[in-house]
Design a protein. Structure first.
Length: 484
């Protein structure tokens, strides 16, 4: 099989779980697969809303409860009400009669659903718009164009869309208002390399860094300094227009410069930082010559830096985070309580190597009293050494299943709220003490699958994948362990 794309945490990861204390907080979706097992989701009846149907290989009440908790969490991540509330707060600003044009642009897996919600609220006030979504995440719109592009590997479609957005915002004036819609995945969907660098060279640099184990922060430091779009450069292009960004955060702690590589936020990194990443990861002389030359010229002060805090480019910019992982974690906890479980929220910032975190959480779940639901949100890491298929949530669940004893009354579910876990069609998986036996009866070896990073194949054989199709939201991952 093709090598699996490494899955990296949004922060530099450490072995095991890094626990962060909790903090307070369209009309049609195309491309939804219809698998023969696992959890299936019907086509949403409202833009951005996922309505789940139970289709589990067992009628175990704890599995049913875990999947119901997952469905409640997804419903809380429904984009439409989040956008509606934000637009209501901005109503006076958005409806000022003095605006010459109201322009709507955006990027990310949820940007199509966000655009549909904006259209319903603002209608004919919108002059024009364009958003870029991952293949399959499209919605029907009337005034805002929705373009599909490659993710996680950027492609020429994304480059064309990104360049169209940059060119249009450059033409905006002081009497124009730009509403920009940002969600996770936006960075890969809007590759806009500087003229001296080709898309292929930028792709090669990304592949080298991922293969060397670069964190998302390190990757972003390099990508921002090769781009016309990222690292606050869209804000620079839009000035002097007024720019308001509505942001769905798929990153722990909501750092504006990291979400979609921060197109409308100040960039704290420098060309020197980007060069240091290449050196630290041992790829300084492996990246294309044009990439290295660009970064070296920037470090010498020969190329303009990305805009920093206090830059005039941000004088008329407002960035609003309208949703994050706290929404789905809190909704999961509420549903667990409604079903008679004691909900224990471990963290909204779970990080670490997926298989190690899984072992720790299973051990913790064993110490809990019966009828307890352990809940976490965040994003773990997979260090890829095999050639199988999977993602961080599937690897977490398979590793947890291997830890479960036959007499453990524990159900484990982990899934990405965007409906995509790694380069697969699954959002994640759900497992119990019988998962390993089911998969091995189907002719698969669990330990070998984990060693080969092939959780998808094993969990598919066991009937334990959670497959949702595009959810049109993106608020990190949810981890649920039920001690029945």
């Amino acid at each position: 099989m093709a090598p699996q794309t490494p899955q990296r945490s949004s922060r530099p990861g450490e072995p095991g779980a890094r626990l962060v204390p909790p903090k307070p907080p369209q009309r049609f979706i195309a491309g939804s697969p219809r698998p023969s097992n696992g959890l299936r989701l019907r086509t949403p009846t409202r833009p951005g809303k996922a309505v789940a149907r139970l289709d589990s290989p067992t009628s175990d009440p704890a599995r049913e409860a875990a999947q119901a908790i997952w469905r409640a969490a997804l419903a809380a991540g429904n984009v439409a009400p989040l956008v509606d509330r934000a637009l209501e707060r901005l109503r006076v600003e958005l409806t000022r009669p003095s605006w010459r044009h109201l322009l709507v642009f955006g990027c990310g897996k949820a940007s199509g659903a966000m655009a549909a919600a904006v259209e319903r609220a603002l209608g004919r006030r919108i002059t024009e718009g364009l958003v870029v979504v991952k293949d399959g995440y499209t919605v029907l719109t009337e005034r805002i164009i929705v373009k599909q592009a490659g993710h996680p590997v950027p492609d020429a479609r994304g480059q064309a869309a990104a360049e169209a957005i940059v060119n249009r915002v450059r033409a905006a004036g002081a009497e124009d208002l730009i509403l920009f819609l940002i969600s996770g995945g936006g960075s890969a969907l809007t590759p806009a390399p500087v003229p001296a660098i080709t898309l292929a060279e930028k792709q090669e640099t990304t592949r080298l860094l991922l293969g060397a184990g670069a964190t998302i922060n390190e990757l972003n430091a390099v990508r921002k300094h090769l781009s016309l779009f990222k690292g606050g450069q869209l804000a620079r292009a839009a000035a002097p227009a007024t720019l308001i960004s509505l942001i769905l955060s798929d990153v722990i702690s909501d750092p504006l410069d990291v979400i979609a590589s921060g197109p409308t936020a100040p960039d704290p990194t420098t060309f020197a930082d980007a060069l240091a990443v290449l050196q630290r990861r041992g790829v300084g002389y492996l990246v294309p010559d044009a990439v290295r030359a660009r970064l070296e010229a920037g470090a010498r002060g020969e190329v303009q830096e990305t805009p920093k805090p206090g830059d005039p480019a941000f004088e008329r910019v407002t960035n609003l985070v309208i949703g994050n992982n706290a929404l789905v974690v809190d909704a999961a906890a509420a549903e667990a309580r409604r079903r008679g479980y004691r909900a224990e929220v471990l963290t909204r910032g779970l990080q670490g190597e997926a298989r190690e975190v899984a072992r720790e959480l299973v051990a913790r779940a064993r110490t809990l009293p019966p009828r307890t639901c352990l809940i976490a949100g965040g994003e773990t890491t997979v260090t890829v050494g095999g050639r199988g298929r999977g993602g961080r949530c599937q690897e977490f669940v398979l590793a947890a299943a291997l830890e479960l004893r036959p007499d453990d009354r524990i159900v484990v579910l982990a899934a990405g709220t965007d409906g995509t876990d790694g380069p697969t069609d699954a959002a994640g998986a759900v497992a119990d003490a019988e998962t390993i036996a089911r998969g091995e009866r189907a002719g698969r070896a669990a330990r070998a699958a984990l060693d080969d990073n092939d959780a998808y194949t094993f969990l598919s054989a066991a009937g334990d994948l959670v497959v949702s199709g595009p959810t049109n939201t993106n608020l990190l991952d949810l981890y649920v362990l039920l001690r029945d």
